[in-house]
Ligand binder design. Sequence first.
Ligand code: GMT
Length: 387
Amino acid sequence: MHIAIVCYPTYGGSGVVATELGRQLAQRGHKVHFVSLSMPFRLQHRYHENIFFHEVDKTNYPLFGNESLYTLSLAAKLLELIERENLDIIHSHYAIPHAVSACLAKEMAHPRRIPTIVTLHGTDITLVGKEPAFKSVVRCGIERSDAVTAVSHWLQRETIREFEVKRPIQVIYNFFDFDTERYCKWGEGGCHRDHYAAPGEKIILHVSNFREVKRTPDVVRTFARIAKELPAKLLLVGDGPESGKTLALARELGVMDRVWYVGKQDVVEPFFCIADLFLFPSDHESFGLAALEALAFGTPVVASRSGALPEVITDGQDGFLADVGDCAQMGDLALKLLRDEALYQQMSDHARKTALERFAPKPIVDQYEQLYLRTIEAVHSPAAQKE
Ligand code: GMT
C-alpha cells in the first residue's frame, strides 16, 4: 500500500506512535509517506527504506496576521500526494486539524476515492477538542473519516460520551518497539547510573511534556516523601509550562539537591534504563505511552488511577495505582516497593512481560494493516460507489 501518515513532528506520544507505526509498515514493504510540519524527531538522522517525508508548506501572507493556514496547506499537500504518489489511504494522528484536512483533501480529490482514517490520541478529545470553538470541528473530523480508532477503551468511551458519536470506534492500543539493537546498546552500559546516583541510592524517574495534566508538582511531592525515608535521586526529563513551578516546589520542599533536571531529550531510553521507579501522577492519560516505555525496561510504575492508566498498568502486579493527587499514598506505595527486594524483582519481571506480551508491535501493527485493507475495500465497494 501507499500510505500517508499525518502527525505532529515534535515530542509527544501521538507523534511517537505515528512514527513507530510508519517504520513498522515500511519494514513490511509498504510505501509510507509522512506528512508533517517538519521531519518527525524519531525519523531524524537515520536512513529508512520505504519512508518518504513531505513537509507541509508554512505559507503566510501579511493579510493573515501571524496565522499560517496549516489546515489548508496540509489539505493541499495531501491532494498533491493523492495525485502524484497514488495514495491508497490517509491515516491522520490527532483529530485537529489533521482529520479535517484529510477530509478536505478527500473532497477535493473527488471523483477519485481516497479512504481516510483518524486515530484519536487523547488531548484532541479530552482537552483541546472539548473547547467550544473546536468541538464541532472535531466531531466533523470523526464523522467524515472512513474509520476511527482510539488508543484505549477509556478514550473510546470518552469520545462517544463527549461527542455523542454513533459510529464504531475501534480500540487499537499503542505499542513499544523492542528494537533489540537499540535496547541492548543502552542495556550494555550506554547509560551511566553512577553519573546520576551514588551506590545504594534509588533513581526515581519522570518523563513528560510538563503540562498541567501531568501534575508534575505531584511528582516532586511524592519524591519528597520517598527521599525522607531512603536515599534517592529524582530524574526529571522533558520541558513545558509547569517546569518552573515544579522546580520551585522542589526548592521549597528542600529536595532540590537531590533533583536532576535534564530538560528536553531526543533519546529517552538511557533514562528508563537506569530508573528504579517511574512516577506518573497525571490527572488523566488516554494511554500513557511513557508508562509503557517504563514497563518495557522492567521499571515498575506508580501512577494515578485515572483515564486509561489502569488499562496499561495492572495495580499490584507491574506497579501501583493511587487516587489522583494523593501524593502521600503514592509515596507510601513507592516506599513499599523500593524496600522489598523480592516484591521489586517480581514487579519488574512482570512489567517487562506485560510490555512484551500485551503491547508488542506485531499484533498491533497487524490490526492497523487489516483496518487499512478493510477500509480501502469498503470505500471502493460497488455499494459505496453508488452513494
Ligand atoms: O500527553 C500529551 O500531552 C501529548 C499527547 C499527544 O498527543 O502526543 O499524548 C496523548 O497521546 C499519547 C499517545 O497516544 C498518549 O500516550 C497520552 O496518554 C495522551 N495524553 C493524554 O491523554 C494527556
